[in-house]
Design a protein around this ligand. Sequence first.
Ligand code: ZN
Length: 190
Amino acid sequence: MKGNHLNNRHGSFSVPKNPWRLTRNLWFRKDSWTKIAAQHTEKRWKMPQANDPIPLAAHEQDCPCGRGSPLRNCCLPRLSGEHPPRTAEQLMRSRYTAHVFLQIDYLWQTWSSEQRQRSSPDQIRAWAASCEWLGLQIISTEAGQENDSEGLVSFVALYRHDGNFQQHHEVSLFHQVMGRWFYVDHRPAE
Ligand SMILES: [Zn+2]
């Protein structure tokens, strides 16, 4: 399968064109993981407790979602409710950032009602807090624009859990209902 070439601040990657047919590619090159983790640890602010306001020191730093803008111009206005996500990708990015800052209420409120029946805010908090979130890469999107009612976002999240580097690749489904985007479900990428 021939893929596109992608460069970002984490290195360069070969990206297959069809996200549904992904093989077990390492999106974040393994030899760069330790470097990413070290940079991440260096710039770490004091982590908030669940649902605490996001530390001011983080507002001017690069948004954890990896879009390349300061947090205050990226996911912060989504998390604060000032500018809710207008696209599925914006919700995906802000949900990743919410994991980083333990904004559990936001994660809960942006879950569809079906998802809420399968879990609890405590479970989300336990999961988010047990991981050191190291990076997000959006691989591709399908629909999910302002006028769509559905959208798919394929992404890879890199994190450290129990001392081990993990990368989670998922294709997420989002729905827009009454002008609000919700995370509905996912299918694991192959
Ligand atoms: Zn962001």
